[in-house]
Ligand binder design. Structure first.
Ligand code: GLN
Ligand code: ZN
Length: 771
C-alpha cells in the first residue's frame, strides 16, 4: 500500500439498491421482457446510483472521504462477486465472452437459468430474509477477473464528484457460501480453492487502487456464522491466509473487513493482527470484544446502529457504547451493524402510519442520520447532540407508554399458560380418531394451499384497496374464485381440498392486516431476492385477534364439497420472521401472543366444521440463530409457539404443517417436536433424499414429501411422480405417506397446474394399485 488513508468517522455498510419506488425492479423486468435494452437498463441503474450518492451526502456522509459504500447490484451481491472472479459453473461456461468478460444478459442467465440449464440455487443470507445465489465451486472452477463493474462504478462516482468506497463479498465468505460443484469429489471444500481465488482479488484491488480508490470494503459475514459446516480452524487459517495475501500487496486501497450479523469471536484476534487497516463489528447482535488493544493503529468500525430492523432504538445507549470504545482504540468510526439493504428507504414515505408509530421508527435514511448524529457527538461532545438524544429518548418513552404496546388482557392470558396448553393427546389415539373422522384413502393427495393468483384476482384486490370495488363485490369475486378452485380439485380427484387463498396478498401480511398490534406500510419495500421485493409488516404492539380471519372463507369452501377442506393459517414463527418485530421484549414472548391469536382462529375453524387445519412454518429454519449456543433456546420457544397455536384441538382434528425447504439436519428434532399430524416438505429437486433422513431419524407421523417442483413451469410426468413415490416408499411405510406438490401454487399458471396435478393423481393411483 502506498499511503495510509484515514477511515471516515462515520459510514454505513450498504444501502438499499432497488430504489424508493422499486425503479430497479421495473427496469430489470423490462429488460427481461425485452422492452428496454441493456444500455437503457444501465442508464437507469447509473441514475439510481447517482441518486443514492446525492441522498447520502444530503444525510451527512462525506462526498470525498470514502464514507459512501458502493453497494449497488442488479440482482445479488454474491452473484456480483461470482461474476467479478469469473467462477462460472461448468454448465454456464459459454457465458464467458470471447473477451473474457461476463455481460449483463449472461449475468441474469446465471440467476434465472436458460431453459435448458437450471439457474444457481438460491438460499437465505445469514439470518435475514434476503436470498443470495449459491456459487458452485469445484476443482475444475477457473478464476479470472471477468467483470470490472466494481471498478467502473467507482470511476463513475469519481466522475460525478464523489470519492466512494467499493464493496465486495470477501474471498473467505465467498467460498464459505459456495457449495461443491457436481464434479467435486467427496469431501471437497470450496474453501480449498482460496489460493487460486486470491490472485483475482489481488488484481481487483490493484485496479481499484489505480483508479484512485482509497478504501475497499470486504464483507466477511461468513466469519460470524456457526451454521457453515467447515471446521473453525480451517476458516481461521483461510482468513489469515487471505488477509496476509491481500494485505501485503504493493498496490491496493486500504482494506476494511466488515463482519455483520454477529460477533467475530475467535476471528477477531486474527483480524486485529492482520495487515489490514480497519475492522467492522456488529455491536448490535454481537458484543464488544473483551480486549481491543490488539488493534494497534487500525480503525474500529463500530456497528452500533441497528441496520437490520426498523426501530429508532436507544440512541443514547449507542452513543455511550461508541464513546466507551473510542477511549480504547486509536481510531473509531461509527457505523450501522449491517448493510441497510434490509430496510425500506424512508419513513417520510409513510404518512399513513401516524405520528406515534412514525416517531418510533427509523428506516434506512433515518439510520444514516443517526450515524452522522453520533459522529457529531463524538467530535464535538455529547452536548452538541443533546437535542437529538433527548428526542430519541422521548420517542422511546412514548413508545413504552403508548396504548396497544402493552395489552393487559393479552399479558394475563400468556402468563396463565401451563404445560397442558402445549400438548395434545397421544398420537396413536389421534390417528384412530382422525381415520374414523376423515376416511381418507391410502396415500392421500392434497396441495399446499394456494392456487394460481391470476391477474383478475390481483386486479380485484388492487381495486378493492383503491376503493373502486366495494367490499361486497370483492367478496363475491373471491367466493367465485373459491368455487372454481373447489370444483377444479374435485374434477382432478384430490382427496383433501383447499380454498386456494385468493383473498391473501401475502401469507404474512394478510394476517398482519387482520390482527391487533401490527401496522403495514405503503412503500416499505425491501429486496427479497433479485427483482422480488416484499413489504414486511411492522409488529409494534401486543398481538390479539379481534375477530375471526379465515373462518368465513374456509366454511364457504367446505360448504361446496363433501371432501374435507383444510383451513390454512400462517404459523407464529413465520409471521415473526417475515415482519419487522418489536425488539423491546424477547421474541419468544411475542411468538406466544401470535400463537394465542392463532389458537383462537383454529378453535373457530374447528367449531365451523373444518376437520383439518394447516399451519405453515416455512421460516422455522430461517430464524435459527447463527451461534450454536443460542439455538436450543430458539428451538424451544419456536416449537413451543407452534404447539401452543395447535394443541387446543380435539384428537379428531388433523393438524398439518408445511416447511419450504429440505435441509433439515439441525432442525429435524424440532420438526418432530412440532407434533403435527402431517408435515409437508420440499423434496422433488433432491429426488426424495430427505425422506431417507426422516426414515432413519424415526419420524413416525404423516409426511408429504413434495413430488412436483413448483419453482419451475415444468410439468412432471406420471412416470416421474411414480418413481418419486416409490423412492419415498422404500424409506417410509405407506401409512405415513401423503402426496402433494413441494409448495403453494400461487406463482404458477393454471394450465400447467392442472396438467401437473392430473399427473400426480394418475401416478398416485398407479402406486396405490401396487401397494
Ligand atoms: N399455504 C402457503 C401457500 O400454499 C404456503 C406457502 C409457503 O410455505 N411459502 O402458498
Ligand atoms: Zn413452501
Amino acid at each position: 500500500m502506498t499511503k495510509t488513508a484515514v477511515f471516515p468517522t462515520g459510514t454505513i455498510l450498504g444501502y438499499p439498491r432497488i430504489g424508493p419506488r422499486r425503479e430497479l425492479k421495473s427496469a430489470v423486468e423490462a429488460f427481461w421482457a425485452g422492452t428496454i435494452t441493456a444500455d437503457e437498463l444501465e442508464s437507469t441503474a447509473a441514475g439510481l446510483r447517482a441518486d443514492i450518492r446525492e441522498r447520502l451526502t444530503g444525510l451527512g456522509l462525506g462526498r470525498a472521504d470514502s464514507s459512501i459504500p458502493e453497494t449497488f447490484s442488479f440482482y445479488d451481491q454474491v452473484l456480483d462477486a461470482l461474476c467479478t472472479v469469473g467462477a462460472l459453473p461448468e454448465r454456464f461456461a459459454s457465458l464467458l465472452g470471447a473477451d473474457g468478460t461476463i455481460d449483463l444478459a449472461a449475468y441474469f442467465t446465471l440467476a434465472r437459468g436458460d431453459g435448458e440449464n437450471p439457474p444457481l440455487e438460491m438460499t437465505k443470507w445469514f439470518d435475514s430474509n434476503y436470498h443470495y445465489l449459491v456459487p458452485e465451486i469445484g476443482p475444475e472452477t477457473r478464476f479470472s477477473l471477468a467483470s470490472d463493474r466494481i471498478v467502473r462504478e467507482f470511476v463513475e462516482a469519481k466522475q460525478g464528484g464523489y470519492l466512494t468506497r467499493p464493496v465486495i463479498v470477501g474471498p473467505v465468505t465467498f467460498l464459505l457460501l459456495a457449495k461443491p460443484s457436481d464434479a467435486a469429489p467427496e469431501g471437497f471444500l470450496p474453501l480449498d480453492r482460496l489460493r487460486d481465488l486470491l490472485p483475482v482479488y489481488s488484481e481487483l484491488l490493484g485496479r481499484l487502487a489505480e483508479a484512485g480508490a482509497e478504501w475497499v470494503q470486504l464483507d466477511e459475514p461468513g466469519l460470524v456464522s456457526e451454521s457453515i459446516p467447515v471446521p473453525r480452524a480451517t476458516v481461521l487459517a483461510a482468513l489469515r491466509h487471505s488477509t496476509d495475501t491481500l494485505g501485503h500487496l504493493s498496490t491496493r486501497p486500504a482494506i476494511f473487513v466488515a463482519a455483520p450479523y454477529g460477533s467475530l469471536d475467535d476471528a477477531f484476534p486474527v483480524l486485529a493482527d492482520a495487515p489490514i487497516e480497519a475492522v467492522g463489528l456488529d455491536l448490535v447482535r454481537g458484543q464488544t470484544p473483551f480486549d481491543l488493544s490488539g488493534l494497534g493503529t487500525k480503525t474500529l468500525v463500530a456497528g452500533v446502529i441497528d441496520g437490520h430492523n426498523v426501530w429508532r432504538g436507544d440512541l443514547n445507549a449507542a452513543f455511550d457504547t461508541a464513546q466507551a470504545i473510542a477511549a480504547q482504540v486509536a481510531h473509531l468510526a461509527v457505523s450501522t451493524s449491517t448493510s441497510l439493504l434490509h430496510l425500506p428507504h424512508s419513513i417520510d414515505d409513510e404518512p399513513a402510519l401516524g405520528d406515534g408509530l412514525l416517531s418510533w421508527l427509523a428506516f434506512a435514511d433515518q439510520k444514516v442520520a443517526q450515524v452522522t448524529t453520533l459522529v457529531r457527538g463524538l467530535a464535538d461532545g455529547k452536548a452538541a447532540i443533546s437535542p437529538d438524544l433527548a428526542a430519541a429518548a422521548a420517542a422511546l418513552q412514548s413508545r413504552q407508554d403508548a396504548p396497544g404496546v402493552r395489552d393487559s388482557s393479552v399479558r394475563a392470558r400468556a402468563a396463565a399458560l401451563t404445560g397442558t396448553d402445549f400438548t395434545r393427546g397421544s398420537y396413536e389415539h389421534r390417528v384412530e380418531a382422525q381415520d374414523a373422522a376423515l376416511g381418507l384413502p391410502a396415500l392421500p393427495t392434497t396441495t399446499i394451499g394456494s392456487f394460481p393468483q391470476t391477474t383478475d384476482i390481483r386486479r380485484a384486490r388492487a381495486q378493492h384497496l383503491r376503493g373502486t370495488l366495494s367490499a361486497e363485490d370483492y367478496r363475491g369475486l373471491m367466493r367465485a374464485e373459491i368455487a372454481r378452485v373447489i370444483a377444479l380439485q374435485e374434477q382432478i380427484g384430490l382427496d383433501v381440498l383447499v380454498h386456494g387463498e385468493p383473498e391473501r396478498n401475502d401469507m404474512v401480511q394478510y394476517f398482519a392486516e387482520n390482527l391487533e398490534g401490527f401496522a403495514t406500510t405503503a412503500n416499505g419495500w425491501v429486496q427479497s431476492y433479485g427483482s422480488r421485493c416484499t413489504r414486511p409488516s411492522i409488529l409494534w404492539g401486543d398481538v390479539s385477534r379481534s375477530a375471526p380471519i379465515s373462518v368465513d372463507w374456509a366454511s364457504y369452501a367446505q360448504s361446496l364439497t363433501a371432501k374435507p377442506v383444510k383451513g390454512m393459517l400462517t404459523g407464529p414463527v413465520t409471521i415473526l420472521a417475515w415482519s419487522f418485530v418489536r425488539e423491546d421484549q424477547p421474541l419468544g414472548d411475542t411468538a406466544r401472543q401470535v400463537a394465542l391469536a392463532l389458537r383462537d382462529e383454529i378453535a373457530d375453524l374447528e367449531a365451523a366444521g373444518i376437520q383439518i387445519v394447516q399451519v405453515d412454518e416455512p421460516a422455522l429454519r430461517e430464524l435459527l440463530p447463527l451461534k450454536r449456543a443460542n439455538q436450543a433456546a430458539y428451538l424451544d420457544w419456536s416449537v413451543g409457539a407452534f404447539r401452543l397455536a395447535t394443541a387446543g384441538v380435539s384428537a379428531a382434528t388433523q393438524i398439518h404443517t408445511h416447511l419450504c425447504y429440505s435441509e433439515f439436519g439441525v432442525v429435524i428434532d424440532a420438526i418432530r417436536n412440532l407434533d403435527a399430524d402431517v408435515t409437508s416438505i420440499e423434496a422433488a429437486r433432491s429426488r426424495m433424499a430427505v425422506v431417507a433422513d426422516l426414515g432413519t431419524s424415526g419420524f413416525d407421523h404423516g409426511i408429504g414429501p413434495g413430488v412436483y417442483d413448483i419453482h419451475s413451469p415444468r410439468i412432471p410426468s406420471v412416470a416421474e411422480v411414480v418413481d418419486l413415490l416409490e423412492r419415498a416408499l422404500t424409506a417410509l411405510p405407506e401409512r405415513q405417506l401423503w402426496v402433494n406438490p413441494d409448495c403453494g401454487l400461487k406463482t404458477r399458471g393454471y394450465a400447467e397446474t392442472v396438467e401437473s396435478l392430473t399427473n400426480v393423481l394418475a401416478a398416485t393411483r398407479q402406486v396405490r394399485a401396487r401397494v
